[in-house]
Design a protein around this ligand. Structure first.
Ligand code: F6P
Length: 323
């Protein structure tokens, strides 16, 4: 291969810039040409290409977001959209693509490869950590720390006013951010979609906390929680415990922003490097990941279909430590 295109697609995540930098510099080190594609798969369709040099990625390793910008593309779901994207690749002599994003991005990349034969490799970038084939996705560690710091701050008010807080964290259908930020902040309960929760269990936890002399409580709820939303949970809790002073906080997109943590910068650097080296070795339709500190390649199909499982031990620990 001679020329690689790189883009970020789907929800941005802290560390995407570090991954772009690693792709560009690894490529240039190996005498490849690198083209940055702006605005994700939409930019591939619209031909928004920029030639990248080693200096065009200076001073971005510490920046959140993505300098290439991102989008969720509806047009790429259509054959016509993908054909336009393919024609642009041919016209610009792009032999291979590094696709940084989550499962939506990978689904598009996989279909594109199967339809047109362009070599593709996925780099897992999402705060949700819901991609199989890597222990952590780029941005997850930073988001987790952001959630933890925000919950710590909320705890100050919870304690000062003897309040109960229901805090919703992101993660789409996965509970990784909720479980780990909940453990890290000493939540009395953590509700995640991977576990069957009930109001009875939640209320029992409140009763237990009260009996043990706790005057304030934090409950962390994953946005994908199936039992109920934070609003309904708060309402039901108020009905059951009318004397509780309850508040709700939805952390939202604060979790997607900010300077990436050291772990995310290093992970992104390794994965960006691994993507380019993988393409040079002829690997295609696979995702690069790090598992048990080793660089591994997983077929994109598997990465999308399978899911990282929640560590049952962590669930148990969270219950024991919440007494
Ligand atoms: O996938 C990342 C994520 O932040 C999820 O945690 C969340 O469900 C979703 O994206 C929010 O998407 P949007 O930014 O389009 O509202």
């Amino acid at each position: 291969i001679k020329k690689i295109g790189v883009f970020t697609s789907g929800g941005d995540s802290p560390g995407m810039n570090a991954a772009i930098r690693a792709v560009v510099r690894t490529g240039i080190y190996h005498n490849l040409e690198i083209v940055g594609i702006r605005e994700g798969l939409n930019g591939l369709i619209a031909g928004k290409f920029t030639k990248m040099g080693a200096r065009s990625v200076s001073n971005i390793i510490n920046l959140g977001g993505t300098i290439l910008k991102s989008a969720r593309s509806e047009e790429f779901r259509t054959y016509e959209g993908r054909k336009k994207a393919y024609d642009n690749c041919v016209e610009n002599n792009i032999d291979a693509l590094v696709c940084i994003g989550g499962d939506g991005t990978f689904t598009g990349a996989k279909i594109f490869n199967e339809e047109f034969g362009i070599q593709v490799i996925g780099v897992p970038g999402t705060i949700d950590n819901d991609i199989f084939g890597t222990d952590n996705t780029i941005g997850y560690d930073t988001a987790l720390n952001t959630a933890m710091e925000a919950i710590d701050k909320i705890r100050d008010t919870a304690t000062s006013h003897n309040r109960v807080f229901f805090i919703e964290v992101m993660g789409r259908d996965a509970g990784f951010i909720a479980l780990n930020s909940g453990i890290a902040t000493g939540a009395i309960d953590i509700l995640i979609p991977e576990q069957k929760d009930s109001l009875e269990d939640l209320f029992e936890n409140f009763e237990r906390a009260k009996k043990r002399g706790k005057n304030s409580s934090i409950v962390v709820v994953a946005e994908g929680e199936k039992l109920a939303s934070v609003y309904t949970l708060a309402e039901k809790t108020k009905e059951k415990f009318p004397d509780y002073d309850i508040r709700i906080t939805v952390l939202g997109h604060i979790q997607r922003g900010g300077s990436p943590s050291c772990a995310d910068r290093v992970l992104a650097s390794r994965l960006g490097y691994g993507a380019v080296v993988g393409l040079m070795e002829g690997i295609s339709n696979q995702m690069v990941g790090i598992r048990s500190n080793e660089m591994v390649y997983t077929p994109i199909e598997e990465a999308i279909k399978k899911h990282n499982t929640i560590n049952e031990n962590l669930l148990k620990i969270s219950e024991i430590l919440a007494i």
